[in-house]
Design a binder for this molecule. Structure first.
Ligand SMILES: NC(=O)c1ccc[n+]([C@@H]2O[C@H](COP(=O)([O-])OP(=O)(O)OC[C@H]3O[C@@H](n4cnc5c(N)ncnc54)[C@H](OP(=O)(O)O)[C@@H]3O)[C@@H](O)[C@H]2O)c1
Length: 297
């Protein structure tokens, strides 16, 4: 009898190993439960690598999320952002409809990022307009802690993330307004951040990141919207950005990145990046720690 050919392992085989790495980083697995012949090798200190033959989709997924898998257990906070935008640079229509800018592949990818990160962060406008659940329902993996940045306390307790109890949710506001927020949202759902808002009303995102780290939330995913992701970049708080560009033209919608302007092209932020196909969309994986003016000679 002919031996049955063994199928090349793919994403379904890789993903549970990625979740093991995440649990290990969080200290919830004392050691990685793999033997010496496991198809994934390494550790966060030296970097993980695939062993043996994997199908193309698994290799591509591994390459895309490797920077996240390689986070050390006790490392400094590390923050990845995402935006899904149109060809003309918008993340939603003018009245806030963003369902959906991108295709299904990007949606699944967002859920993967949620599963690999300790917390997912959104701005108040996204929370108010989209009422997102911020769960991992399209992939295997645990829901992250959900963080809604709402310094003006404009959100309502009936929003899904604040009422469904599917995962912990923290409404982040300045510590000076924490008591007021606790009366509206419940003390367990309020993160009062010392000096989150300065005298001129500007958000200090480093203060938020420090406060989350003190709760062991160190690998953070900033999911939107444009204002919030842009603020993280402008304050030097984002390590990486996944920018997914869809073949759609919105025309004068809600803007994506809004970075302080430069007069000359040579002064513009020019991060190093890699490109991945996601169905009809193109995902740019941008390393914001490696940026610099263009070297054109
Ligand atoms: N395509 C994507 O990847 C993606 C991802 C997420 C969200 N979105 C879309 O992005 C849009 C929201 O993004 P955004 O850039 O406008 O804001 P955002 O980043 O979600 O939130 C930031 C700011 O929104 C302001 N805001 C304005 N109206 C508000 C309200 N009614 N309640 C609470 N906050 C309010 C607040 O600014 P001040 O307090 O400073 O006034 C807040 O700090 C939505 O249309 C959403 O659908 C798209």
């Amino acid at each position: 009898m002919m031996p049955t050919p063994t199928a090349t392992p793919g994403v379904d085989a890789l993903w549970p190993l990625c979740l093991d790495i995440t649990l290990h980083r969080r200290g919830e697995l004392a050691r990685l439960p793999w033997n010496a012949n496991a198809p994934l090798a390494g550790d966060a200190a030296h970097g993980f690598s695939l062993r043996g033959v994997w199908d193309d989709a698994a290799v591509e997924l591994f390459e895309l999320i490797k920077p996240l898998l390689d986070r050390p257990r006790e490392g400094a906070p590390w923050i990845i952002g995402q935006l899904g935008q149109s060809l003309d640079g918008y993340v939603a229509t003018h009245n806030g409809d963003s369902h959906y800018v991108n295709g299904r592949e990007v949606l699944v990818h967002l859920h993967r990022l949620r599963a690999l990160c300790d917390a997912v962060i959104v701005g108040a406008n996204t929370a108010a307009l989209d009422d997102p659940q911020l769960t991992t329902r399209h992939v295997e993996g645990r829901h992250p802690v959900r963080v809604l940045i709402d310094p003006a306390l404009r959100l309502t307790p009936t929003l899904r993330a604040l009422s469904d109890r599917l995962a912990p949710t923290l409404l982040a506001c300045d510590a000076r307004r924490a008591a007021e927020a606790a009366r509206r949202f419940g003390a367990d759902q309020v993160l009062g951040v010392p000096a989150l808002v300065d005298g001129e009303g500007r958000l200090n995102l480093r203060a938020l990141v420090t406060e989350l780290a003190s709760r062991d939330l160190r690998v953070l995913f900033v999911e939107g919207g444009g204002v919030t992701v842009s603020r993280f970049i402008a304050q030097g708080c984002l390590d990486r950005l996944h920018l997914s560009i869809a073949p759609v033209v919105i025309g004068s919608g809600r803007p994506g990145l809004q970075i302080p302007r430069s007069a000359a092209m040579r002064d513009c932020l020019r991060p190093s990046g890699r490109v991945f196909r996601m169905g009809e969309d193109v995902l740019w994986d941008l390393d914001l720690r490696e940026t610099g003016p263009r070297q054109n000679g």
